[in-house]
Design a protein around this ligand. Structure first.
Ligand code: BGC
Length: 478
């Protein structure tokens, strides 16, 4: 891209030679509304810092939640042992047995269960207990000698206000979950009660956000890890903060602690975010209108829906598919973000992959090349906005502790957007160079895929908790 501070650079690539003026004018206006110039990112970083600092000082629904996680020990990579971990994401529940080898590597045996719609809406806690029961049985897992339960680290990918390393009250559901009688309650208690009902001999000794798990997993292999990020179904990050700067922390003094930003909630009031009518349409119809606004602009659950809204806006003006839609495309959330990835990656002259998605999957009437080019351009501009906003947030968090940037910095990242969206990582590096400096990004910043890291990280935290418990018991006995 040419000058990323000039709005023209965000518009010209999307105009189509041979298309009608009306279509091109609409594409230009749309591209302008999705543009995020460098100056815009500078405003976003400034607002991010204001919101981070306010959130560290006190809890306030208007600013970033900045949740202290009670995780205060960096892993060394020498940890050993076998631990059970449970990872509740937005799409899957994973039960894992993690073996830390003590040489910065680990082995993982895991079983994945797709979370049913019924579980998302009502019987989640029983669903979790049933899945864990199956996992224990299939892998013949029993409590270690001298214990009645298997200790377990629990990764929970929704916002909880932690009251301890193994307790936290759910602040709200998101990503389409609406399980009743849960908000405000301790999610460890709710899960533990379900374990009892189903006779599952497991005790949750640590609960961590998935970003914290990702950070810990990356730190186990790369000790210079400062941050864990999820760019997946949802999005969020956690980082090491100096406790002296956490005004609202009421625990012991000194040292560092991992803070869960819950950055999906950034700028819910849309003071600085480049918010369009297509975002607004999605937001209004979502299960949590007005909340997780930033997440809805960049994460996998929502990007396809923003694109669907934008495509339908062109259809309704008879600028695409001769004004015809399909039953499938008319339904919310049918334009999966995975289709966007396929469409954006298609560089064939006739856009054959785009044709397959539109005509075979979405059952639209036969498309023209201009239709397909326009759809590809709409997807590309929305994806590009997502990556630029992602880079803005990552840069803001790293710039918040500039002293760390003098040395090498690793960032552990997991999630479907990071793994599968075309050129996501390349573009993340590229955009960050402008704000973090080329020297730092080219020579000292390392982004690592922490694949399935959220579960492994929970096992690492569970292990430190167990070590402390054993040491405390030994001290009491002495
Ligand atoms: C949740 C976060 C989570 C993120 C990534 C968001 O919707 O609020 O707690 O870390 O998704 O899974």
């Amino acid at each position: 891209m040419a000058d990323t501070n000039d709005v023209k650079a965000f518009v010209e690539p999307y105009l189509i030679g041979g298309a009608s003026d009306e279509l091109n004018q609409n594409l230009a206006a749309m591209a302008e509304s999705f543009a995020v110039t460098d100056d815009k990112i500078r405003d976003i970083i400034k607002e991010f810092h204001r919101s981070m600092h306010a959130g560290l000082a006190k809890d306030d629904p208007e600013v970033l939640p900045m949740i202290p996680t009670f995780v205060n020990r960096r892993p060394t990579g020498k940890e050993t042992g076998r631990f059970l971990a449970l990872d509740l994401g937005g799409t899957n529940l994973r039960a894992c047995q993690v073996e830390l080898r003590g040489d910065t590597t680990y082995d993982l045996v895991q079983q994945k269960f797709t979370i049913t719609q019924e579980a998302k809406e009502s019987r989640l806690w029983d669903f979790i207990a049933e899945c864990v029961g199956i996992f224990l049985e299939e892998h013949d897992l029993r409590p270690p000698e001298g214990r009645r339960t298997i200790p377990c680290g629990f990764t929970f990918s929704f916002p909880i206000f932690q009251t301890g390393i193994a307790s936290g009250n759910l602040s709200m559901w998101n990503k389409g979950f609406t399980v009743p009688n849960s908000v405000g309650r301790d999610v460890v208690n709710l899960t533990q009660s379900a374990f009892q009902r189903h006779h599952v001999p497991v005790e949750i000794v640590a609960v961590v956000n998935d970003t914290v798990g990702t950070l810990m997993t990356s730190a186990y292999s790369f000790p210079d890890t400062q941050m864990g990020i999820i760019f997946g179904t949802g999005t969020n990050a956690a980082y090491w903060e100096d406790l002296a700067r956490v005004g609202k922390w009421a625990g012991g003094p000194g040292g560092e602690m991992v803070v869960n930003l819950e950055w999906g909630a950034f700028d819910n009031a849309t003071r600085v975010l480049p918010y369009t009518m297509h975002d607004n349409k999605l937001n209004r119809k979502s299960s949590n209108p007005g909340l997780q606004v930033y997440e809805k602009m960049i994460s996998g659950l929502f990007l396809g829906e923003v694109a669907r809204n934008a495509i339908l806006a062109l259809v309704d003006q008879r600028l695409l598919f001769a004004g015809r839609s399909s039953v499938i495309l008319n339904k919310s959330y049918t334009f999966d973000t995975a289709y966007m990835s396929e469409i954006v990656a298609d560089e064939s002259p006739d856009l054959d992959a785009v044709r397959t998605v539109l005509e075979a999957t979405l059952e639209l009437p036969p498309t023209t090349l201009v239709d397909r080019q326009a759809v590809r351009n709409v997807c590309t501009m929305i994806g590009a906005r997502g990556v630029r906003l992602s880079a803005a947030a990552m840069s803001a968090v790293l710039l918040n502790r500039p002293e760390l940037l003098a040395a090498s910095v690793s960032v552990g990242i997991d999630g479907s957007m990071y793994q599968f969206y075309p050129n996501f990582e390349r573009d993340l590096y590229c955009v960050s160079r402008v704000f973090l400096g080329a020297d730092f990004v080219d020579n000292r910043l390392k982004l690592h895929l922490a694949k399935d890291g959220s579960g492994v990280g929970a096992a690492i935290v569970a292990m430190t908790v167990e070590q402390e418990r054993v040491a405390a018991a030994a001290a009491a006995a002495a």
